[in-house]
Design a protein around this ligand. Structure first.
Ligand code: PHB
Length: 393
């Protein structure tokens, strides 16, 4: 019996052993932390929505003991500055330099479009916790791109349907001139005009400007039945206060998709009282799931959650659904995708599933601001799906 072995056969056996070792499930505790790249607008107008989305994500992870499917989570953060021109470089750093397993972000639609382009090439998993650019789950859809928030069209359409039902007949719109604002106005117009209304004028200003005065003067001169507005974050705070200060609150009804009054009410104070909006969330959704989420969030961060926090929380839930299917192994990306596509997310907004293009199919609520809260008054539209135009997967 010999202990020596010809080199070639030894090498072959070693290689075979290495292959066998690779296919054995690694004990979960021995796996390195899962790297999550957070790319959001940590400075500027969308700083608050971004921080809230991040906190929501981290809250769900904390509730699971700091691990998803047994994997520790390590965060790598990038401030995208709401600047689409820097987005490709920023996302490529996360992918190539930091080697993240998954990207969570962004808040801003223009940044989101550039990110989607990059991850379509790299194949990196991406979960969008806010940015609503229609093409992300439309013409630019991809198996590795998911969204736990909304499409811009969806939020505008739901508000348009609700506005027509209130029997407003002619409307003006006002928003920032970029993908989100323009697509939301388009959705609003579709919903409003399908219900018999007519949009007469679209007013815009460049993102993220907040010099509203000239446009408010124009609204006062035209006196439409209704104004539809999309602004968010710090811009929404200023718009609602300026609308009131211009005397329009009592003369021209204002509606928006709920970003106008979400995460902003404390700063808006009395100026927001009575504002009616439509959104896939409300502060006072009196369900066990939402109450537990709100209690947990307030305990962890000493502030109440908002729609952005909820969407971030659900981004972590969706990632968990993928990881649970693979025992925490993120390199089995295709198996994760299958599980994520099929997931029913037990969201604080109510359970939802993914459309074939990976955008939530969800209810939109009619809300009204009462004493600093977005109180749910009914359902604007049930189980609304984005049409996912141009998606081929
Ligand atoms: C977007 O740019 O897609 C966006 C930003 C803030 C919102 C909603 C949408 O509240």
């Amino acid at each position: 019996m010999t202990h020596s072995m010809p080199t070639s056969s030894f090498a072959a056996r070693a290689a075979a052993l290495a292959v066998a070792a690779l296919s054995l499930p690694m004990p979960v505790s021995a796996q390195a932390p899962l790297k999550v790249g957070l790319m959001m607008s940590y400075t500027g107008t969308f700083a608050s929505p971004s921080t809230m989305a991040e906190r929501g994500f981290q809250l769900f992870v904390q509730e699971q003991g700091g691990k998803l499917a047994g994997r520790e989570i390590q965060y790598v953060k990038v401030d995208d500055e709401s600047d689409p021109s820097k987005a490709t470089d920023n996302v490529n750093k996360l992918i190539r330099r930091d080697n993240v397993d998954i990207i969570v972000g962004p808040v801003h639609s223009g940044v989101g479009l550039a990110m989607a382009r990059a991850v379509r090439e790299s194949g990196t998993l991406m979960i969008v916790p806010n940015a609503g650019a229609d093409a992300i789950t439309g013409a630019m859809c991809a198996p590795n791109i998911f969204r736990t928030s909304f499409s811009n069209w969806q939020t505008g359409y739901a508000t348009g349907v609700a506005a027509a039902r209130k029997a407003y007949r002619n409307a003006m719109t006002i928003t920032w001139n970029y993908a989100a604002g323009n697509e939301m106005v388009k959705g609003f117009t579709n919903g409003f005009e399908a219900g018999g209304g007519k949009v007469n004028r679209n007013l815009t200003l460049p993102f993220p400007n907040v010099e509203f005065q000239a446009l408010l003067t124009e609204i006062a001169a035209q006196k439409p039945d209704l104004v539809f507005a999309f602004f968010a974050g710090a811009g929404a705070v200023k718009f609602v206060k300026d609308y009131d200060a211009a005397g329009l609150r009592r003369t021209v009804p204002l509606m928006g998709n709920g970003f106008l009054t979400d995460g902003t009410l404390q700063a808006q104070g009395e100026s927001a009282q009575g504002l009616v909006t439509a959104l896939h969330y409300g502060d006072v959704l009196d369900t066990a799931r939402n109450n537990a989420f709100r209690k947990g969030f307030a305990a962890a961060y000493k502030v109440d959650p908002d729609v952005y926090a909820m969407q971030g929380y659900d981004a972590a839930q969706l990632l968990a659904a993928g990881l649970l299917a693979t025992g925490g192994n993120a390199s089995r990306r295709d198996d994760m995708i299958v599980a994520m596509r099929k997931a029913t997310i037990d969201s604080p907004r109510g359970t939802f599933t993914m459309s074939p293009q990976h955008n939530p199919v969800q209810d939109f609520y009619l809300r009204e601001v009462e004493n600093g809260q977005n109180v749910v008054k009914g359902v604007a539209i049930k189980a609304l799906a984005d049409p996912g135009r141009g998606c081929r997967m």
